[in-house]
Design a protein around this ligand. Structure first.
Ligand SMILES: Cc1cc2nc3c(=O)[nH]c(=O)nc-3n(C[C@H](O)[C@H](O)[C@H](O)COP(=O)(O)OP(=O)(O)OC[C@H]3O[C@@H](n4cnc5c(N)ncnc54)[C@H](O)[C@@H]3O)c2cc1C
Length: 559
């Protein structure tokens, strides 16, 4: 089937749906393609909240400075200014759409503290903030008449004379491939967390959007900046929201010490995530951990705060470890959580490829630079989702409809046929995926060093060769998840390669990127972004962009 729209949005998380809503408001015929039901997007897992300087005692400048400092001065300050200035109106708009944010006893919107922030500016709905925003937005896009291709898996972007004009997607329920043509495409396909094991991310976060855009020629920027969250549950790696520390929880080592006093004497448990994660790793590495973990202690907050404001994580600790956090501390460790880098866009969400836009975790505007502050990602999705939807709809108005694409459709049909026809070799995609993700955690995780990164690149090369021969277990057409799982693994390999290569190139330590062999930040050489773009089959093309500095010069970063 071939279908035409003005604007196609890849992804139905907060970024994708916010973009779709704005494009529809601008009069465009908009459709969303999503591999899961919109409400199952990873945005629904966001617990802690969303930042904005709304209170009279707060200012966007303060929010912007905290964000820039949190980014270890790698964020582009024009983008940070736009995001922090527009944050209040975007959040209030969500309230008007129907999100019931927490209100304090005075009836005003209430906040909680979050890491790296100089004051409490995180707005929230219990510990289900993402879900509350997502369901409300879903209502809004249905009301606006946005078409949703639900459980359709995008396999390639349709390029015509160097511009993006749609995509090919697999309708999972029938197994049929379709060409969806458009005048503009907005990629809001979310993160790549599952490239690491363990990760806080949903199993669907496999980096499809980065890989599809990269294969279509769009540069990926800041890919070395992978965030490890300080509090993921021992064993499963599930997230214990930063809101726990925002509400006052302690981090303890085996000596029952609040060890953060040695690393961030002012902010203690509420230092930025990179700082806190490294502090935990040091404690564990120096023998003051408990079976490779530290403890998150909420007991002093009392049952009222825990059960009313943090019910979800209370239940998770009980279900998965049998620990009641009202009575006992919970073992936690740093775990992969977020990708700061992504498809390079300008402040409007436009990529260097005509017709191609990106927003949300998959994009790199860059507002998070070397390290994202907690509760700034939901904000990023709605501000830049809205902005990209607006400009994509404008672009579509002046762009003729695409007439091609059949060749791409045939190529994709052939590619999938070949994948399904491969004979069984004894190796599985699941096995390879686990090997890849474990390797990324070990060699490209919290600490990196040249020899380890080179080993990772070699291993990735080997994984890629093996991937080319692996059979898809299920040969059927209907809802063949073995097939999509295999396509996802291909995307993860592309993402892994760009992360490793960028990490090798950046010979300094900044934000989440810690090179044990280059432990200092080096502003003289590295106050710049690394961009990788695919050009043919060889090594990716490397380029640099200066960091945009508007008013905050780099300083020593302490908390
Ligand atoms: C457990 C957890 C808790 C978090 N808590 C917070 C928080 O409290 N505050 C905060 O600011 N941030 C938080 N974050 C980060 C934040 O939630 C995410 O970065 C953000 O929600 C990403 O939104 P998105 O719209 O970019 O992508 P997602 O919500 O991940 O949506 C991606 C969409 O793309 C679609 N898609 C992907 N690939 C394809 C394909 N090949 N074909 C078709 N569709 C595809 C998916 O179906 C999905 O609809 C948290 C993250 C996690 C994992």
């Amino acid at each position: 089937m071939i279908t035409d729209h003005d604007v196609l949005v890849l992804g139905a998380g907060l970024a994708g749906m916010r973009a779709a809503l704005e494009a529809a408001r601008a009069g465009a015929d908009v459709a969303i393609v999503t591999k899961v039901h919109p409400i199952r997007s990873h945005s629904s897992a966001a617990q802690g909240g969303i930042n904005a300087a709304i209170a009279e005692t707060d200012s966007w400048e303060s929010h912007a400075f905290d964000t820039v400092k949190g980014s270890d001065y790698l964020a582009d300050q024009d983008a940070v200014e736009a995001m922090t200035q527009e944050a209040p109106r975007d959040i209030i708009e969500f309230e008007h759409m129907g999100v019931i944010f927490f209100r304090g006893p005075d009836g005003k919107l209430g906040t909680r503290a979050f890491g790296g922030a100089s004051q409490a500016r995180t707005y929230f709905v219990g510990d289900i903030t993402g879900q509350a925003l997502l369901v409300t937005l879903y209502d809004q896009i249905l009301k606006a008449g946005v078409k949703v291709y639900e459980e359709w898996f995008a396999t390639a972007l349709h390029m015509e004379e160097g511009a993006c004009r749609g995509l090919v997607a697999l309708e999972m329920v029938t197994g049929e491939l379709h060409l969806l043509r458009s005048k503009a495409v907005i990629v809001g396909a979310g993160g790549l967390g599952r490239l690491y094991e363990p990760s806080t991310n949903a199993l669907i976060c496999t980096g499809d959007g980065y890989a599809l855009a990269y294969r279509a020629g769009a540069p990926l920027m800041d890919m070395e900046m992978v965030q490890y969250h300080p509090t993921t549950l021992a064993g499963s790696g599930f997230l214990m929201t930063e809101a726990a520390r925002g509400e006052g929880a302690y981090l303890l080592n085996s000596l029952n010490e609040r060890f953060m006093k040695r690393y961030a004497p002012n902010k203690m448990e509420l230092a930025a995530r990179d700082v806190t994660s490294r502090a935990e790793a040091t404690e564990i590495g120096e023998g003051r951990g408990i079976d490779g973990n530290v403890l998150l202690d909420l007991r002093h907050l009392g049952p009222d705060v825990i059960l009313k404001k943090l019910p979800q994580i209370h239940e998770m600790a009980l279900d998965y470890l049998g620990i009641d956090m009202v009575k006992e501390p919970v073992p936690v460790r740093p775990g992969m959580h977020y990708q700061m880098g992504g498809i390079k866009t300008d402040v409007e969400g436009a990529t260097p490829v005509p017709g191609l836009y990106a927003a949300g975790e998959v994009a790199c505007v860059s507002v998070h630079g070397g390290n994202r502050l907690g509760a700034n990602s939901l904000l990023d999705t709605i501000v830049f989702g809205r902005r990209s939807g607006k400009v994509a709809a404008e672009y579509a108005k002046n762009t003729p409809a695409s007439t091609g694409g059949e060749a791409l459709l045939r190529n994709e049909q052939e590619r999938l046929r070949e994948l399904l026809a491969r004979p069984y070799t004894g190796e599985t995609n699941a096995g390879l995926r686990l090997e890849l993700a474990t390797m990324m955690d070990e060699l490209v995780g919290l600490y990196r060093v040249e020899a380890g990164l080179r080993e990772a690149l070699d291993k990735l090369d080997g994984f890629r060769q093996r991937y080319e021969t692996i059979a898809v277990g299920d040969k059927g057409r209907i809802f063949n998840q073995a097939l999509t799982f295999s396509l996802e693994l291909g995307h993860m390999l592309d993402c892994g390669e760009t992360i490793i290569r960028s990490a090798l190139i950046r010979t300094e330590s900044r934000g989440a990127h810690t090179r044990s062999d280059f432990p200092e930040r080096n502003d003289k050489e590295w106050l710049k972004h690394i961009l990788l773009a695919r050009r043919g089959e060889g090594e990716p093309e490397l380029s640099y962009l200066p960091v945009t500095i508007t008013r905050w010069q780099p300083e020593v970063r302490t908390y």
